[in-house]
Design a protein around this ligand. Structure first.
Ligand code: GLU
Length: 450
């Protein structure tokens, strides 16, 4: 389609060197062909042209002093992409790979993900090319304070509500909230993913992983199957992976892998969740230490991965849960998964499968839940945190978990019914993209040219 080509060429010219952003845009536009062809209104109102352009992009210097007394400088970002459905909502990522293109792809995905939740939240994302690895607590705090010294003027409980993402958890949210409060004097729900001691919501920590497993459960149920007894591959070892593994166990499945930048752990009888939590949540060390506690498990160092992909996806299993990061699952990985008989993939990370890998899954007609649908449980529970803060209430774990299940079920139904409406019932990429787009686009039209 020429409009896809024209849009990408225009973006390449006006926003150069943002490969991941073009990838995310191309995937969405590709799905939108059937709805754009039959609906002139979207073209008339220049919806695509407006949607790919963030409403606002904030880029700023983040200077801080390390423990040796040296001045360090990082780049900070907040992209306020689309507020048609509500205040900008999306996480902050602190990772050395962060640049304007990464934040922009994440922000773009967030628009549709947030729309799919059915909750009143717009799309935004932010972060910094700061590497929290190996930093002391004091360094993390000084970095977070400096980051907020600029960001505080752009955020607020009804304007833009950041949360965590890779490298940003409850500790970082605490330091950022503290500085925000000091600068503004406001004790309000400006962040989500807060500590349970001061305004956080039960289940928020677990929500992305739990939601991703609920999504897999609904995909399997639609085919008369269940999670019970299924061997599952999980990548990553952060918040999303840990709580994906926890929920898989609760629903009777057997997660056999996890991974980090040092390599992959393959534990045939099932990953030991206590050891994983101890290594990652308490000691914050690399996964190669896992085998010290479990000599029967196998550790595959990252240096031994196949040249065309990731060792974790070469292990035979029935389900796969990519929970690490973008483009961690290649076309060759997807082919290996399908050849090994995988029946479902549910993405806990944002855009973990390359576009060619997605094609492999769709061609094989396996159950494939794209990240913007399958991992929406995190941001959805953030909105539940906002609702509790705004009404000065606190809901029980069971109450929030129940709401999360209902939201995930509705996302699945919305995506699959929309996919069926457009003649490709198995294609949840198509269904999720069109369902999310339609909501945001129609809201934009009703709100005029803004
Ligand atoms: N970073 C998460 C995501 O990718 C959560 C964002 C949020 O809770 O605002 O959706």
């Amino acid at each position: 389609m020429t409009y896809i080509h024209d849009t990408i060429v225009r973006l390449q010219k006006t926003s150069p060197a943002q490969a991941e952003f073009y990838q995310a845009v191309e995937e969405v536009l590709d799905s939108l062909q059937p709805i754009l062809e039959t609906n002139e209104k979207y073209q008339k109102h220049a919806i695509i042209e407006r949607m790919v352009e963030p409403e606002r992009q904030i880029m700023f210097r983040v200077p801080w002093v390390d423990d040796q007394g040296n001045v360090q400088v990082n780049k900070g970002y907040r992209i306020e992409f689309n507020s048609a459905l509500g205040p900008y909502k999306g996480g902050l990522r602190f990772h050395p790979s962060v640049n304007a293109g990464i934040i922009k792809f994440l922000g773009f995905e967030q628009i549709f993900k947030n729309a799919l939740t059915g909750l009143p939240i717009g799309g935004g994302k932010g972060g910094a090319n700061f590497d929290p690895k190996g930093k002391s607590d004091g360094e993390i705090m000084r970095f977070c304070q400096s980051f907020i010294n600029e960001l505080y003027r752009h955020i607020g409980p009804t304007t833009d509500v950041p949360a965590g993402d890779i490298g940003v958890g409850a500790r970082e949210i605490g330091y950022m909230f503290g500085q925000y409060k000091r600068l503004t004097g406001n004790y309000d729900g400006v962040f989500t993913g807060k500590s349970l001691l001061w305004g956080g919501s039960l289940v928020r920590k677990e929500a992305t992983g739990y939601g991703c497993v609920y999504f897999a459960q609904y995909m399997l149920e639609a085919k008369g199957d269940t999670l019970a007894g299924k061997r599952c591959l999980v990548s990553g070892a952060g918040n999303v992976a840990i709580y994906t593994i926890e929920k898989l166990y609760q629903l009777g499945a057997v997660p056999v892998t996890c991974s980090d930048s040092s390599g992959t752990v393959y534990h045939e009888t099932g990953i030991n969740l206590d050891t994983l939590k101890e290594l990652k949540e308490v000691r914050k060390v690399r996964l190669n230490e896992y085998v010290a506690a479990h000599p029967e498990a196998k550790f595959i160092p990252a240096a031994d991965y196949p040249a065309d992909g990731n060792a974790v996806w070469r292990i035979p299993a029935q389900l796969a849960f990519p929970c690490a990061t973008q483009n961690e699952l290649s076309e060759a990985d997807a082919k290996a998964l399908v050849a090994n008989g995988v029946i479902g993939v549910s993405e806990g990370a944002n855009m973990p499968s390359t576009q060619d890998a997605v094609e492999v899954f769709l061609d094989a007609k396996i159950s494939y839940g794209p990240g913007k649908a399958a991992n929406a449980g995190g941001v959805a529970t953030s909105q539940l945190e906002m609702a509790q803060n705004a009404s000065m209430q606190r809901w029980s774990f069971e109450e929030v978990d129940e709401k999360l299940k209902v939201i995930m079920k509705n996302i699945f139904l919305n995506a699959s019914e929309t996919a069926a409406e457009f003649g490709e019932p198995h294609n949840l990429v198509l269904g999720a993209n069109i369902a999310g787009f339609r909501k945001v686009a129609d809201a934009m039209i009703e709100q005029g040219v803004v």
